[in-house]
Structures are given as structure tokens and as C-alpha cells.
Design a protein. Structure first.
Length: 370
């Protein structure tokens, strides 16, 4: 693949046409294409991506919906050029132009760190405590401009969790704008507005609210039944009303007062279809949090988790592949699970069609596809 030579030579910036890539798709309405568009995967680090079995090859051979980038995908030198070359190559080889996603909340959750030559960012807590909306917009615009320059079109942020438990992992990492729901709403709105100026998709997280949790869904079962407050929905409600929401990410928290089956939100139709879609009247794209987190993998097999999440209403399933190589999930495995589920009647074809429509509409709205 040309890509391998490009990265090794450090970084010839390729040009390509989104329209040209889009036209590569012959049978655009096939089931496999629709399923593939629902999937976002992480790839190997900057060195391993050069190997022949690189997950990057899936983007050349399939119609995957997108890719998620992490710090591991950055070279230690000439990081900006290298990353732009990687993103350009992903889009060049993609059958349908891809979501290119990253977590750039700012502060402690940033992949584009100053040590690689990128600008300084601030935590949500710092900005919330300062409570100057112009400052929040300023730092978000710096990030938005950088993502635009790099070709990254999805920022998995802002966090709109309320800081209810100041000892949990959201609070300790200073990822919340604060305890007050109005303050969180106003700062999140300015964060979104800064990204809208560059047509960058933003994704609110972690629905229905992770701010009261006492355990970490990255590692384990997390029950918020006795701590979750209805006011945690307020930022979502206000932003949905104002038509500021491109995407919403579900968390893997459990709330038996909403779902008596005690399914994690990502797997719960009561959380997604009833609470988010019907009660909050949200019609946009729903992204899962990483399907390889402990709150999912310790209690559900891959097939069960994928089936439940799609039927619950998740449109885009995210697999970070930050695990050891032997534990990584291959795209073809997930596609096969979903195809078989549809064929056997375990996964609703209507749900696949709904998700595909939402994904394509969002890509069109943001100019990713024509």
C-alpha cells in the first residue's frame, strides 16, 4: 500500500476528492455497507500500523463508518504532518468518506498534547470555575481550528456530566464544567459553537449522566440507581431544543429506576429509545462509548453486546482497540455478527436502516460526503 511508504518517508500530504471516494461505492444500499457504516474502530500505533495485518487495511477493503485516533497514533517527531498524512490516507482509501474521531475535551483528556507541538488546552473544570464563556469559546476554537487543519471531523466532546460526586473519575480528571446544570449547558453550548464554525461534529457525553457514579465504567459495573438525578438531563434537553446536538454518546452506567433489567445505558432500549428518543425528542446520531470497556466486556460477550446495543438504538458502535493485540476486535468479526443477527431475526433490519440514514444525513450536513 502507498500508505506505508508515505508514513515511512514522513509525510507527503495526499490530496483526494470526497466525491471521488464516495462514487467508488457501487451497491450503496447493500446490507453489509449499511452495517459497516455503523462502525468506528481504532487502529494500531504509529509503528505497528506499518505492518501487513494493520487494521488500517480494513478501510481499504470495507466501507467502515470511521476511525478513532489516540495518542498512540502520533509519531514522536513531526507529529502534525504525520497525523495529517494518516488522516488524508484514511480518507483516500475509504470506500465512503469516514468519520475521523478524537477525544479532545481539553486539559487532562487530550490526545494532541503540547509535547507533540500542539497548543495548550484547559480542563472543563478550569473553564467552569472561571465561568467566562468567551474563554471557553476561545480555547474550543483553537481546538476546532486544529482539527479542521488535520482533517479530523468528529470531536467526542464536550462532557456535559454534572459534578455531583466530586470523588469520581470524571471529577478527578476535571472533565466537568461544574455542578450547576445551567453552567454546564452554557459552556457546552460555546464549545459546540466554536466547532460549528469549522463544521466539526461534536458529541455530548456521557448519557444519561456519569457525574454521580462512584465506580469507573472503563473498569467495572457502575450502578447509579441511587445517586443519579433528573437534572443531569438538563444540558441534553436544552441543547436538543436549541438544535445544537450533532451526536450523543451513551455511557455504560446502570440505573434500575429507568431500566429494571439493569442493562447498561448503551444496551438499554429504555435509556435510548424511551428516555433519549421519546422523552427528550432526540432524532440525531447516537454513538456508543467504547464497547471494549470493562462494564461491557466483563458481563457480556461480543455478540450479545452488539445485538443489544443496536436493538436499543445505538447508531455508531465504537471499538477503541486499545487492548493487547490478541484482545483487539476485527471489523469483519463485528460485521459478521450483525449480518447473522439480521438474517436470524435477532437484530432489526429497521434499526440498521434507521442508523444508516442518520449517519449519512450527518455526514452530508457536515460536508463529509456530498
Amino acid at each position: 500500500m502507498k500508505f506505508f511508504k508515505i508514513l515511512t518517508l514522513n509525510l507527503i500530504i495526499l490530496s483526494y476528492s470526497n466525491a471521488e471516494g464516495y462514487e467508488k461505492t457501487a451497491q450503496y444500499d447493500s446490507l453489509k455497507i449499511k452495517i459497516s457504516q455503523m462502525l468506528i474502530f481504532g487502529i494500531q500505533d504509529a509503528q505497528k500500523v506499518l505492518e501487513e495485518d494493520s487494521l488500517l487495511e480494513a478501510y481499504e477493503n470495507m466501507h467502515l463508518g470511521g476511525i478513532i485516533l489516540f495518542e498512540k497514533n502520533l509519531a514522536k517527531k513531526r507529529s502534525k504532518n504525520q497525523l495529517k498524512a494518516l488522516v488524508d490516507e484514511i480518507q483516500r482509501i475509504s470506500k465512503i468518506p469516514s468519520f475521523v474521531a478524537i477525544d479532545e475535551e481539553g486539559g487532562n483528556v487530550t490526545r494532541l498534547k503540547t509535547q507533540y507541538g500542539f497548543h495548550e488546552t484547559k480542563t472543563a473544570k478550569y473553564l467552569g470555575n472561571r465561568n467566562n464563556l468567551d474563554s471557553t469559546f476561545y480555547y474550543a476554537k483553537l481546538t476546532s481550528d486544529l482539527l479542521k487543519e488535520l482533517g479530523i471531523n468528529v470531536n467526542l466532546a464536550p462532557t456535559v456530566d454534572l459534578e455531583i460526586n466530586d470523588e469520581n473519575f470524571i471529577s478527578r480528571a476535571e472533565r466537568s464544567y461544574g455542578r450547576d446544570s445551567d453552567r454546564v449547558f452554557f459552556h457546552a453550548r460555546n464549545f459546540i459553537r466554536a466547532h460549528e464554525e469549522n463544521d466539526i461534529i461534536t458529541v455530548l457525553k456521557h448519557f444519561p449522566g456519569h457525574g454521580s457514579s462512584s465506580t469507573d465504567t472503563h473498569k467495572e459495573f457502575t450502578d447509579i440507581s441511587d445517586t443519579w438525578l433528573v437534572e443531569e438531563l438538563y444540558p441534553y434537553h436544552k441543547l436538543i431544543i436549541e438544535d445544537k446536538v450533532s451526536g450523543i454518546m451513551t455511557s455504560h452506567v446502570v440505573n434500575k429506576k429507568i431500566d429494571d433489567k439493569m442493562l447498561p445505558a448503551t444496551l438499554s432500549d429504555k435509556m435510548i429509545q424511551k428516555l433519549l428518543r421519546e422523552f427528550l425528542d432526540y432524532e440525531g446520531v447516537v454513538f456508543s462509548d467504547d464497547m471494549q470497556m470493562g462494564a461491557i466486556t466483563k458481563y457480556y460477550g461480543l455478540e450479545e453486546a452488539v445485538t443489544l446495543s443496536i436493538n436499543a438504538g445505538v447508531d455508531v458502535l465504537l471499538f477503541s482497540n486499545n487492548q493487547l493485540y490478541k484482545d483487539q476486535v476485527r471489523p469483519e468479526k463485528v460485521i459478521s455478527i450483525i449480518e447473522e443477527g439480521v438474517r436470524d431475526g435477532d437484530i432489526s433490519l429497521l434499526r440498521i436502516n434507521e442508523s444508516f440514514r442518520r449517519i449519512q444525513n450527518l455526514k452530508k450536513q457536515k460536508g463529509i460526503i456530498n
